[in-house]
Design a protein around this ligand. Structure first.
Ligand code: HEC
Length: 310
C-alpha cells in the first residue's frame, strides 16, 4: 500500500485537486444553490418526524438545522449577489429582471430566517414534551411548519427563476466577462465593463449607495461636532459634493432607469439637497442653515428608502 502511495506515478499534486476559490463577487453562482437545496429537503424530515413519532425530536432538529444552514447560505447568497451587481448592470436590458431578482431574493432570505425561528420553536416544544408526542399533535405542528415552508419555497423558487432568467435569457455571467451577445437585449457596452481582473467596474446602485453612505456618515459625525470636520479629514463640502455627484451619476444606472419616474425625480431632488448643503458649507453659512440643509438631504434618503429599499 505504502509503496503505491510513494510511487511517484501516483503522487498527484494536491493543489491541482482543489478548484480555484472565487473572489466574493464571483461566488454568487456557486452559493445560490445551497439555500434552495437545503430548504427544499427539510420537509422530508418533518414528515418523517410525524411518521416515526418516537424519533420526532432528532428528526425535527435535523429539519431545523437544514433550514438554519439554508438561512445562513441565503444571507451569503444575497451579499455575494450585491457584490456581483455590476456584472448584471453591464447588461442594460436585464435591469428590470435584476431589480425583481434582488427584491425577491431579499424577501426569500427573510422568509428562510423566519422559517428557521418557527421550526426552532416547534422543535423546542416537541423536545420539552414529557412523553413522545402523539402523532395527531405532531401532525398539527408539522402542518403549520409545512405551510410556512411552502410560502418560503415559493419565494425562493421565484427569486431563483428571475436569477435563472438573468443568466440564461440575458447572458449575465458573474464569473467571466459579460457574454458577448445576450440572446435578448443589446450587447453590453464595453465601456467600464468589468474585466476578469476586476476593475474598472461601472458604478453599481448598491456600491454607489455605499460610497454615499461613507460621505454621509462623516457629515453626520460633523453635525454632532458643530460642523467641524474630524482631525485631518478633508473639508466637509467635499463630502457633500461627493454625495451630489454620486446621486447624479446614478441617473444613468441601468437599474435606476428601470424604476418608476418618481424614483429619478427623488434621486435628483436629493442630489440638489446635497448641492445646497455643499454650498452652505463652502460659504460657511450659519450652523442653523447648514443643519437645515443636512436635514433635507437626510429626509430625501429616508423617503426613497422607505419606498424602494427592501
Ligand atoms: C431615489 C432613491 C434613493 C435615494 C435618494 C437614496 N437612496 Fe440609498 N438606496 C436606494 C435603494 C433603491 C437602495 C437599495 C439597493 C438594493 O439593495 O438593491 C439603497 C441602498 C442604500 C444603502 C445600502 C447599500 C447596501 O449595502 O445594500 C445605503 C447605505 C444607502 N442607500 C445610503 C443612502 C444615503 C446616505 C442617502 C442619502 C444621502 C441615500 N441612500 C439616498 C435608493 C435611494
Amino acid at each position: 500500500m505504502l509503496s503505491i502511495i510513494s510511487n511517484s506515478a501516483f503522487v498527484v499534486p494536491l493543489a491541482s485537486l482543489v478548484p480555484p476559490i472565487p473572489p466574493f463577487d464571483r461566488l454568487h453562482p456557486l452559493v445560490v444553490h445551497f439555500p434552495i437545496a437545503l430548504v427544499l429537503v427539510a420537509p422530508v424530515f418533518v414528515l418523517l418526524a410525524v411518521a416515526l413519532n418516537r424519533y420526532a425530536r432528532p428528526l425535527l432538529l435535523a429539519a431545523t438545522l437544514l433550514v438554519a444552514m439554508g438561512a445562513v447560505s441565503a444571507a451569503v447568497a444575497v451579499e455575494s449577489g450585491e457584490a456581483a451587481e455590476h456584472y448584471a448592470e453591464a447588461v442594460p436590458a436585464a435591469a428590470p429582471v435584476l431589480d425583481q431578482h434582488a427584491s425577491l431574493a431579499k424577501k426569500a432570505r427573510n422568509a428562510v430566517f423566519g422559517l428557521t425561528g418557527l421550526m426552532a420553536i416547534c422543535t423546542l416544544v416537541v423536545w420539552r414534551s414529557k412523553e413522545p408526542m402523539a402523532r395527531k399533535q405532531l401532525s398539527y405542528i408539522a402542518g403549520g411548519t409545512l405551510a410556512a415552508w411552502a410560502g418560503t419555497s415559493l419565494l425562493l423558487a421565484n427569486a431563483a427563476h428571475e436569477g435563472g432568467r438573468l443568466v440564461h435569457e440575458f447572458g449575465v455571467r458573474a464569473w467571466a466577462e459579460p457574454a458577448a451577445v445576450p440572446v435578448t437585449g443589446q450587447p453590453p457596452s464595453s465601456a467600464g465593463a468589468p474585466t476578469r481582473d476586476g476593475a474598472p467596474k461601472p458604478p453599481g446602485l448598491i456600491s454607489t449607495m455605499q460610497d454615499i453612505d461613507y460621505a454621509f456618515a462623516r457629515l453626520e459625525a460633523a453635525a454632532k461636532n458643530n460642523w467641524q470636520p474630524a482631525e485631518g479629514a478633508r473639508p466637509l463640502e467635499a463630502d457633500a459634493a461627493e454625495i451630489a455627484a454620486a446621486l447624479t451619476v446614478l441617473k444613468d444606472n441601468a437599474r435606476v432607469k428601470a424604476k418608476p419616474e418618481e424614483f429619478l425625480v427623488w434621486l435628483l431632488e436629493d442630489a440638489a439637497h446635497a448641492a445646497t448643503l455643499r454650498d452652505k458649507l463652502k460659504a460657511k453659512a450659519p450652523a442653523e442653515e447648514i443643519k437645515q440643509a443636512f436635514t433635507l438631504l437626510a429626509t430625501g434618503c429616508d423617503r426613497c428608502h422607505n419606498k424602494y429599499r427592501e
